[in-house]
Design a binder for this molecule. Structure first.
Ligand SMILES: [Zn+2]
Length: 588
C-alpha cells in the first residue's frame, strides 16, 4: 500500500496537461484543452483535459480519470507501476514496502543476491573462461551475436560440481543453499553441489528486471535438453514469462505480443528485429501469464512449433487467452520450421508477413479437426461439431459466439439451430463463471443528471457541503456508486479535489469515469450555486412525494383498522410534509 500522502504529493507535482501532451497533441479551448481521443477513433475532438481539476474525460467513449488513470490506460500498466513511474518523473522516492515478516524479507533479498551473483558468474564464465569455448561456438552456430547475448545476459555453467558453490558458499548459509534453487544436497555425506553443469544459461527475469530463476540448455543431444530452476521462494512457475522484461516496451508499442515457446526462439526473434515477443518456456501457458501479457496488450499471436506437442500446447494456450477475453491468433510456420530457424532463414520481413497471415482460433481449430476426423461422413462432421461447440462454450463474448456458430453451420452444412441447441445443453464448465475480467469496457450505467451535477458542484464549491449534508439523505441518490461517493464526501467534511477523489476510489472500476463525468457536467453550468440548490430541491421534493404516497396508504390502513389516533398522527405528518413541499415549490 502506498500512503495517501505520497499519492497526493505525486498528483500535486504532476501537471495533467503537461503529462497528457507527451502522448497526444492538445489544443487550448477556453480554460480546458481538447484533443482527438487516444482511446477511441474519432475525427472531431471529444477528449477534454481540465487543468483546474487535473482530470480528463472523453465524451465519445466515456472514459475519464486523473493522471494515474491516464497513464494506466495509455501505457496499459497497473496502478503500482504507474505510481512508480510518476514518482520517478517528479523525482520522488517511494517508501519501501514494510516487510511483513522481516525474516522472510531478508531471505528474499538473499535469494535475489544469490541469483544475481550466479548470473554474473555464468556470464563472466561464458565471456572469459577457456572451458566455455564450446558454449561460445554453440551460440555462434545458432547465430547469436555478442550484443544479444549481453542483452539477455546469456551465460555458461561450467562442467564441475562446485564451480558456483565456491562463489556462493561465503554468502549463503549451508541450510539455505538448496532453497536458492541453484544447488542440490548430496545424497551421501553432507554438502551440496551445483544444479546446473555444462549448460548454456538463460536468466529468467521478473517484471522489475530482477533475476529469479534460470533455464539451462545442453549443447549436444543429451537429455534433458532444458533444465529450469525449481520453484523457490523467489520463483513460482507459471508466474513469469521469459523475455517479457526486455520485450515489454516493444509489445506496448506494437500493441501485440508474439508468444513463442523457447528461449532460442525468443532470442532469435529479438536479434532479427522482432522484439514484441515473449516465451512461455516449456511449461504450459498459465492464466497468470496471460494476465501478465494483458497488462501490455490485448492482442496475442501464438507461434508454436508445428509438431504434435506444439499443437496441443497451442490449443491450450489459445483457450487460456480466450478465457481471459483477449484477442488471439495463431500462426503455423511451414513444416519443419520453428520460430528460431524460420526467422534466421527468412529474416524479419518474411517473418512479419507470415504473422499477417495468422489464423483465428476458429479457423485453426476447425482445420485441425477437419484433418483429424474428415468431413465427408456425417459421423466425422458430428465429431468436428462437438469439439468446436465445446470450444465455443469457453468464449465470453456472445456476439463472437453466435458469429462462430453461424460460420460453423456453413462450414459443415449442419443446421445452425441444432448446433445452438447442442451448445446450450453442453457441459458448461462446472462451478460459477469467473467474474468478468478487468479492463473490459464497463457497461455504462446511467447516472441521473442531477446526481452528476450535485457531485460536480460539490467538488468545485465544497462550502456547499454543509447545507447539502443537512438536506440530503443517502436514499436520495439512485446510483449506488454516486450515493457512496457523496456520502463519503459528507463524512470527510473537508474539501477534496476531483483528482484526489478518483485516487481514493482507485479500486472501483467505474469511479474515475463517474467522477470525471460529474465534473464535466458541472463545468457547463452557468450559475453553479443556483443549479445546486435546484438539484437539492428536486431530490428533496421527490423524497417528500414518495413519503406522501406511503403516508396516504398508511392512513387508509389505519382507518380500515379503526385506529383513529394513529390516523390523526399520520395526518399531521402528512400535512407537515405537504407544507414542506409547498415551501420548496415557492422557492423556485
Ligand atoms: Zn474516447
Amino acid at each position: 500500500m502506498i500512503p495517501d500522502s505520497i499519492l497526493n504529493q505525486i498528483q500535486e507535482r504532476t501537471d495533467i496537461v503537461e503529462l497528457i501532451a507527451q502522448y497526444v497533441p492538445l489544443r487550448r479551448a477556453g480554460r480546458s484543452f481538447k484533443a482527438n481521443c487516444p482511446f477511441h477513433n474519432e475525427k472531431t475532438p471529444s477528449f477534454v483535459v481540465n487543468p483546474d481539476k487535473q482530470i480528463f474525460h472523453c465524451f465519445g467513449c466515456n472514459v475519464g480519470g486523473n493522471v494515474f488513470g491516464f497513464v494506466m490506460k495509455i501505457e496499459k500498466k497497473d496502478f503500482r507501476e504507474v505510481v512508480e513511474q510518476l514518482a520517478d518523473r517528479c523525482g520522488m522516492e517511494l517508501p519501501k514496502d514494510k516487510p511483513v515478516d522481516s525474516e522472510a524479507s531478508r531471505r528474499t533479498e538473499l535469494f535475489a543476491k544469490a541469483n544475481r551473483m550466479a548470473s554474473d558468474f555464468f556470464r563472466k564464465t561464458l565471456l572469459e573462461s577457456r572451458e566455455a569455448e564450446n558454449a561460445r561456438a554453440y551460440l555462434k552456430s545458432r547465430g547469436i551475436d555478442d550484443a544479444t547475448a549481453e542483452e539477455f545476459k546469456i551465460g555458461f555453467a561450467p562442467d564441475a560440481w562446485d564451480a558456483l558453490l565456491k562463489v556462493l558458499k561465503p554468502e549463503v548459509q549451508d541450510a539455505l543453499l538448496e532453497r536458492t534453487g541453484l544447488f542440490l544436497t548430496r545424497k551421501e555425506g553432507n554438502g551440496h553441489y551445483d544444479r546446473f553443469r555444462n549448460r548454456v544459461m538463460f536468466p529468467i527475469l521478473d517484471s522489475k528486471g530482477v533475476c529469479v530463476a534460470f533455464g539451462g540448455r545442453v549443447m549436444d543431444d543429451s537429455t534433458p535438453k532444458y533444465m529450469n530452476s525449481p520453484e523457490t521462494e523467489a520463483y513460482v512457475k507459471g508466474r513469469h514469462l521469459y523475455g517479457m522484461f526486455q520485450g515489454r516496451k516493444a509489445i506496448r508499442e506494437a500493441d501485440q505480443a508474439i508468444v513463442v515457446e523457447g528461449y532460442m526462439d525468443l532470442i532469435a526473434c529479438h536479434q532479427a528485429g522482432v522484439q514484441n515477443v515473449t516465451a512461455s518456456c516449456g511449461t504450459a501457458l498459465t492464466t497468470e501469464q496471460a494476465r501478465l501479457i494483458r497488462r501490455s496488450t490485448n492482442n496475442v499471436v501464438m507461434l508454436y512449433d508445428a509438431d504434435k506437442a506444439g499443437e496441443a500446447a497451442t490449443l491450450r494456450g489459445l483457450e487460456i487467452f480466450l478465457e481471459e477475453g483477449m484477442d488471439v491468433k495463431i500462426v503455423r510456420l511451414p513444416e519443419g520450421h520453428d520460430p528460431d530457424s524460420y526467422v534466421r532463414a527468412c529474416g524479419a520481413g518474411r517473418f512479419r508477413s507470415e504473422l499477417s497471415g495468422s489464423k483465428t482460433l476458429f479457423e485453426y481449430k476447425l482445420s485441425l479437426l477437419k484433418s483429424r476426423y474428415g468431413t465427408t461422413t456425417l459421423e466425422g462432421k458430428v465429431k468436428v461439431a462437438n469439439e468446436m461447440v465445446a470450444l465455443f462454450q469457453k468464449v465470453k463474448n456472445e456476439i463472437l459466439r453466435s458469429a462462430w456458430l453461424r460460420e460453423l453451420s456453413k462450414e459443415l452444412s449442419l443446421p445452425e439451430e441444432a448446433l445452438a441447441a447442442e451448445m446450450r445443453k453442453g457441459p458448461r464448465e462446472a462451478g460459477p463463471r469467473a467474474p468478468e475480467a478487468q479492463g473490459e469496457p464497463a457497461t455504462p450505467i446511467e447516472v441521473p443528471l442531477i446526481e452528476k451535477q450535485i457531485l460536480g458542484v460539490l467538488l468545485e464549491l465544497p462550502a456547499l457541503a454543509a447545507t447539502a449534508r443537512e438536506e440530503l439523505r443517502d436514499e436520495d441518490f439512485k446510483h449506488p456508486l454516486m450515493r457512496k461517493i457523496v456520502m463519503q464526501l459528507f463524512e470527510i467534511g473537508e474539501p477534496v479535489t476531483a483528482a484526489r477523489l478518483i485516487t481514493l476510489y482507485q479500486e472501483e472500476p467505474d469511479a474515475a469515469r463517474v467522477i470525471s463525468l460529474a465534473c464535466a457536467e458541472a463545468d457547463i453550468l452557468a450559475d453553479k450555486k443556483k443549479a445546486f440548490a435546484d438539484c437539492v430541491a428536486v431530490m428533496k421534493r421527490s423524497r417528500f412525494k414518495n413519503r406522501l404516497t406511503s403516508l396516504r396508504i398508511e392512513m387508509q390502513e389505519a382507518e380500515r383498522a379503526g385506529d383513529m389516533s394513529r390516523r390523526d398522527q399520520l395526518m399531521r405528518d402528512f400535512n407537515e410534509l405537504n407544507r414542506g413541499m409547498r415551501q420548496i415549490d415557492e422557492k423556485k
